[in-house]
Design a protein around this ligand. Structure first.
Ligand code: GH3
Ligand code: MG
Ligand code: MG
Length: 365
């Protein structure tokens, strides 16, 4: 609309310069109508407003602009009458293709454009009736074709927009599904702690980058004592509840950004402690063991105590020692086996001297 105003002012100025004075002045009054209508449309369309107001303003404003252009031609007279009708049709087509308004408004603009064209053509004494009718049908075909083209374009644009929305929704659903799959692949469904697969991946990645490890990596292998007896005495449902509570207690005991708890299988849990010495790992293991015993969950069939207890095997490797995940697990498992053998409800550090051997050695001496 700003361009309409600029072009109108330029045309009127050129007319004043180039056309005879009387002709140019006669065109001023209708020409002044155009900036008013265009400015009103511009001001109304500048902000978000109800669709009916935008459509109504455009329909009425366009009608005034088209009428003013016809009137300018009529005021100039002679061949200008017909020339300005071409300009009017051009302005009408520009309005039809430019604005995003309902079809009813577009049809209104097209109809006013053709009606004004016919009306002013019939009033032109230089054009005969048959010539006027022929010219009208020619321009009518053009305007109708533009209206159809615009309708097709807006349908295609709507389809493209809807397809884009659908693709966006599908992408969001797919991302969500992938997240859930990733979660399912890494988390133990019963206890909510990480699963064995995730733990193996983490241990392998730690073992594969010894250069990145600053110090020792420790592994705790925790196993609930006499868990089969708990299942037998209290039922599997109670056994499951016990597993959930024990997992939560282990997690609470080692809660830190770098320490990780995973369910290894059955009633066994692993704790990975990066950058933790054997002594620190032993203390953490003892803390876990004491917390679980302190909770006094019932296990009436246990031959250790009538409560749930755990045994823990601890293994530690230095960062630059060239250890493997399998090796560390085997060592933690050996230590756990010793804890079981020595009476359960205890922590054993892999490689620590065995008390039984000590006794034998002392006896032999
Ligand atoms: P130990 O002190 O030597 O570790 O004896 P234990 O009874 O704890 O060990 P054992 O390997 O003999 O038994 C483990 C039991 O854990 C057997 C199995 O039924 C039970 N179990 C394994 N997974 C689950 C589970 O998801 N839920 C329940 N309720 N029980 C499970
Ligand atoms: Mg076990
Ligand atoms: Mg057990």
């Amino acid at each position: 609309m700003v361009w309409v105003i600029v072009l109108d002012v330029l045309t009127l100025s050129m007319n004043l310069l180039l056309l005879p004075q009387a002709q140019a002045v006669a065109m001023l009054a209708p020409g002044a109508l155009i900036p008013l209508a265009a400015l009103t449309i511009h001001l109304i369309w500048r902000e978000r407003r109800p669709a009916w107001l935008l459509g109504g303003a455009l329909g009425a404003g366009m009608f005034l602009i088209l009428l003013a252009v016809c009137w300018m031609g009529a005021a100039a007279g002679g061949p200008w009458q017909e020339r300005y009708l071409y300009v009017m049709v051009f302005v009408g087509i520009a309005g039809i293709t430019t604005f995003s308004v309902p079809m009813s408004i577009i049809l209104g603009i097209a109809t006013s454009c053709l009606a004004l064209y016919l009306m002013f053509l019939l009033r032109n004494p230089l054009i005969g009736l048959s010539e006027a009718i022929a010219a009208f049908f020619f321009f009518a075909c053009g305007v109708v074709a533009v209206v159809f083209a615009r309708q097709t374009m807006s349908v295609l644009a709507k389809k493209a927009f809807l397809l884009e929305l659908r693709d966006g929704a599908r992408l969001t659903a797919l991302t969500e599904a992938n997240k859930q799959l990733d979660h399912l692949a890494k988390v133990d469904p019963l206890t909510g702690v990480a699963n064995r697969r995730w733990m193996t991946e983490l241990l392998n990645s730690l073992a594969g980058h010894p250069d990145k490890l600053r110090g020792n990596t420790s592994l705790l292998m925790c196993d609930i004592d006499c868990f089969k007896a708990l299942n037998d005495q209290l039922g599997h449902a109670q056994g499951d509840r016990c597993l959930v509570k024990v997992a939560a207690m282990i997690e609470r005991s080692v809660r830190s950004r770098t320490n990780h708890v995973a369910r290894y299988g059955g009633e066994e849990f692993l704790v990975i402690l990066p950058d933790t010495t054997a002594e620190q790992a032993f203390l953490i293991a003892e803390q876990i063991r004491e917390n679980i015993a302190g909770a006094a969950l019932p296990n009436p069939g246990s031959n250790v105590a009538p409560i749930v207890t755990i045994s823990i095997g601890v293994a530690t490797r230095k960062g630059n020692e060239g250890w493997t995940a399998d090796r560390l697990q085997v060592e933690a498992d050996i230590a756990l086996y010793r804890a079981k053998r020595e009476g359960r409800n205890r922590t054993v550090l892999f490689g620590a001297p065995e008390p039984a051997r000590k006794v034998i050695a002392e006896g032999a001496a």
